[in-house]
Design a binder for this molecule. Structure first.
Ligand SMILES: Nc1nc2c(c(=O)[nH]1)N=C([C@H](O)[C@H](O)COP(=O)(O)OP(=O)(O)OP(=O)(O)O)CN2
Ligand SMILES: [Zn+2]
Length: 148
């Protein structure tokens, strides 16, 4: 049918594609803006100076036009390279608070890890493609950040 071929050939289709990446890191929840006493009260066991570790799982989602020629929003192989640069090299097997300069003054909550990943992914991806960063800190603790 002529109508349906026109839709498939020219209408703009928007797709969402996601790549999942796991990384391991340790951290301690501690705010430089709080006293030691208040840190203990706010963060409880997570303020323990010895820190603790997580096997984080991150889902990076991009949203964009499905290119009618390539059939892709973006090449997932390119997204994989961005994730290596932004997540794996700086964060995997690291102490977030000591090894990542950003977290020297920013508490390493999963919310802030999501913001860190968003800001750095936005720098390496084509403009306006990044849609969502979702982090599973544990199976039960999940954070979503969409750049708002
Ligand atoms: N809003 C946030 N709250 C908490 C964060 C965070 O990133 N954002 N992080 C933590 C700790 O890092 C901690 O690792 C998680 O604590 P908790 O939920 O107590 O740990 P579990 O999920 O392992 O606990 P279960 O015993 O399995 O319920 C705390 N809060
Ligand atoms: Zn933690």
């Amino acid at each position: 049918m002529a109508g349906s071929s026109a839709v498939h050939g020219s209408a703009e289709r928007i797709g969402y594609i996601t790549r999942v990446q796991s990384f391991s890191a340790c951290h301690r929840l501690h705010s430089i803006h709080l006293t030691d006493k208040d840190n203990k009260e706010v963060y409880g066991k997570c303020n323990n100076p010895n820190g603790h570790g997580h096997n984080y799982k991150v889902e990076v989602t991009v949203r964009g036009k499905i290119d009618p020629v390539t059939g892709m929003v973006m090449n997932l192989t390119d997204l994989k390279k961005c994730i290596e640069e932004v997540i794996m090299i700086p964060l995997d097997h690291k102490n977030l608070d000591k090894d990542v300069p950003y977290f020297a003054s920013v508490v390493s909550t999963t919310e802030n890890v999501a913001v860190y990943i968003w800001d750095n992914m936005a720098k390496v991806l084509p403009p306006n493609l990044l849609y969502e960063i979702k982090i599973y800190e544990t199976d039960k603790n999940i954070v979503v950040y969409r750049g708002e």
